[in-house]
Design a protein around this ligand. Sequence first.
Ligand SMILES: [Zn+2]
Ligand SMILES: [Zn+2]
Length: 145
Amino acid sequence: VERFKAAMKQAGLKLTPQRMEVFREIAGREDHPDAVGVFTSIRERMPSVSLDTVYRTLWMLKDLGLISVIGSNRESARFDGNLGKHHHFVCVRCGLVRDFEKEELNALPIENDVRKYGSVLETQIEVHGICNACRNTHGDSITSE
Ligand SMILES: [Zn+2]
Ligand SMILES: [Zn+2]
């Protein structure tokens, strides 16, 4: 929260209760919510907040480097308050996203493989799978859909 206040001040942005609440929400969650998820949760505490405000605040926080974004599509982007080096497990069923860390993955030797496109700044692995909750709900009938 102190980091947030400092960054807002430095950027000359007003510290509104709504912005504060959006940041708190992202920093306190590990499920990488999308904008609607953040909005739904904040509205319970702060009924005056609008989806538009939440949306703009999230992208502002991203521009300030206070949160990161998963996915390249602006509409379905999910927001991540964990700025440390980490990777993601993504459930292909329900969209659950969880962080995991593995030192070796941070330095995969893939520089040569992507050279024709550009240079590597950081490597983030996205693992696709079926989360435990989905597996328990659906048993082993994964292929029967
Ligand atoms: Zn799942
Ligand atoms: Zn994450």
